[in-house]
Design a protein around this ligand. Sequence first.
Ligand SMILES: Nc1nc2c(ncn2[C@@H]2O[C@H](COP(=O)(O)OP(=O)(O)O)[C@@H](O)[C@H]2O)c(=O)[nH]1
Ligand SMILES: [Mg+2]
Length: 265
Amino acid sequence: MTAKSAKTRPASEIEISVLVPVMNESGNIAPLVDEICAALAGRSFEIIYVDDASNDDSPAELAQTAARVPQLRILRHEARAGQSAAIRSALLASRGRLIGVLDGDGQNVPADFPALEAALVAQCPSGGEAVGMAAGIRAKRQDNQARLLASRAARWIRRTLLADTHPDSGCGIKVLHRSLFLQLPFFNHMHRFMPSLVRRHGGLVIGVDVAHRPRVRGTSKYRILDRLLVGISDIFGVIWLLRRAPRQGRVTELAPTANTDGTSS
Ligand SMILES: Nc1nc2c(ncn2[C@@H]2O[C@H](COP(=O)(O)OP(=O)(O)O)[C@@H](O)[C@H]2O)c(=O)[nH]1
Ligand SMILES: [Mg+2]
């Protein structure tokens, strides 16, 4: 392999960092890494997997894949900390100007990254001041009826209580500016509220239709009722965060004013 390893590549060279949280996703890792590489071929990118203390073959599969994919970096949590914490660990280690995120179970399709990125760049051109997030909307969602129903309930609650008009906040695939992501408030399960949190920070949220596949290997890590119950307490937290949003608008640094004797004050 002649390509420089992602670990040794200078930060300024990396255009996009793709973050993937995994917990017991053995069998799903190598194929997804290959798909991410294919989607970003010709670009300067890094892929950061965070293994959230998996106890299956995920660590071995990650190590084997990293041995042949120089763009792949692996972080491991010593103790299980959850999906949002895993995404945050990867974010803090990332160096790209843009961040891509997707689920590690293969349900999101990496080939959607270029369209998400194009939508974001069209609305927030580089060099411009606007920041934002292009967030996937699963047009044909491949989940069972109970899960679809729970998502509909969650969407209604978010729209009613948070004025979150994004139709699919639970969709895992997104592209956003790293500088924006770093400034969002962090809490466990925050990944379900990204559109509200981005708007709270004055960022644009751009919805983009994406593909969705059924899970073919492994099992879902969430039980529907647990997710809804945790979601209810999170909703109150997010309502509070939205009420307390900073409202200073754009911040400009003023040039020093010259005194009459020519010195600056
Ligand atoms: N790091 C980490 N990732 C998790 C955890 N729970 C789920 N994930 C990952 O988050 C993604 C979505 O989880 P999944 O179980 O497919 O959720 P579902 O599609 O909503 O049923 C997958 O990549 C999981 O491996 C966790 O506790 N920690
Ligand atoms: Mg899934």
